[in-house]
Design a protein around this ligand. Structure first.
Ligand SMILES: [Zn+2]
Ligand SMILES: [Zn+2]
Length: 349
């Protein structure tokens, strides 16, 4: 009998699904387990077969880099539990199509990965057994009387929505319970309640002071960019499924500002600059939940554009000098106050 996934294994599997839980996270065991259940549920394609969605751009580009560098892509099977799981699911489906009714999953002696794989499969089977209609009858073979009936579904990479949701709320800094608030002066740490925040204050104080002295800049935005005003606009990024590319659409119209769902509270904004050789002079700004989208344009707010562009392309910028994440507040329909000089790590959206 296999034991359930251990805490370390759960973190390993979460990481392989693209959920960046640190190995030393304080999140409580049951929260971690719930997050893994949610992640595995989101990775299963219940409403469509994923022919066109076996990969997203993020995975495809990593695979391409491996092939170009001459690395053996088979290796990924034994180091990445999620890749392993998906490959195994495909193989099981292939066997079933061939009419094979039994399938044994085991390792070569030196490969421990299949232990993790089997634990994941068992977890999925256990959860999915609730999908079997109660009146569903199976014909059981002589050794199968005690078997439980469940379902396996195609599994693919987590899509934008799930990934951004599951990467959110990494728990109270002190105790690991679900966090409900952030330090109001710096926004950089989360707590479950006031007691934990008080307990952490002596330790957090120096970092908090330095963040509080950050530079907040007011930036003027527009709904669209020249030649694209009054158009519908959809966002796609490297975690978007290729089968379901448009997540949400915005009508690029200055007269129709996005509703302020944050009520003046700080939120994390992604600022992404267009390559100067393609479309110079614009930075797209949006939030994780895609409730807000605007453009910081050189022709509208020259000074803010220059400052933000320098920050994106400077040492605190993100991916290839093209994007950064910053805390921001809505101060008007098309105006934000942005905490410019405090880096926020790659937030996976
Ligand atoms: Zn706490
Ligand atoms: Zn603070």
């Amino acid at each position: 009998m296999l034991s359930p996934l251990t805490r370390n294994e759960t973190i390993l599997v979460l990481n392989s699904l693209g959920i960046d839980v640190p190995t030393d996270t304080k999140l409580l065991d049951d929260i971690l387990e719930k997050r893994l259940s949610d992640a595995l549920a989101a990775a299963q394609y219940k409403d469509r077969l994923p022919d066109a969605a076996r990969y997203n751009l993020d995975e495809a580009s990593k695979l391409y880099a491996d092939v170009r560098a001459g690395r053996n892509i088979q290796n990924a099977l034994f180091v990445d539990p999620f890749v392993d799981l998906r490959q195994t699911m495909t193989d099981i489906a292939k066997f079933l199509d061939l009419g094979i009714r039994w399938c044994l999953i085991q390792d070569e002696p030196a490969q421990e990965s299949a232990i993790l794989l089997r634990k994941m499969l068992l977890k999925i089977l256990k959860t999915n057994s609730s999908l079997v209609p109660p009146d569903y009858n199976v014909t059981r073979g002589p050794l199968e009387e005690r078997f439980k009936v469940s379902v396996l579904l195609p599994v693919g990479p987590l899509e934008y929505d799930a990934l951004s949701k599951l990467n959110n709320n990494m728990g109270c800094t002190v105790c690991g319970k679900r966090a409900s608030s952030r330090c109001s002066s710096c926004q950089s740490v989360s707590y479950c309640d006031a007691a934990c925040q008080r307990a952490d204050w002596a330790q957090h104080k120096p970092a908090c002071r330095s963040l509080r002295d950050a530079t907040w800049r007011t930036v003027q935005l527009r709904a669209g960019v020249p030649e694209m005003e009054d158009c519908w606009f959809g966002l796609m990024n490297r975690h978007t499924s290729l089968a379901n590319p448009v997540h949400k659409q915005f009508l690029l119209d200055d007269a129709r500002p996005c509703v302020d769902v944050y009520g003046g509270r700080p939120f994390l904004a992604k600022m992404q600059i267009s390559p100067p050789t393609v479309t110079p002079g614009r930075i797209m700004v949006y939030d994780r939940r895609q409730t807000f989208l605007g453009f910081l344009r050189e022709d509208v707010d020259l000074r803010a554009f220059a400052e933000c562009a320098a920050e994106i392309q400077g040492p605190r910028g993100g991916l290839m000098g093209l994007k950064m994440y910053r805390w921001a507040r809505r101060t008007g329909d098309w105006e934000l106050s942005v905490c410019l000089d405090r880096a926020v790590a790659d937030a996976k959206w």
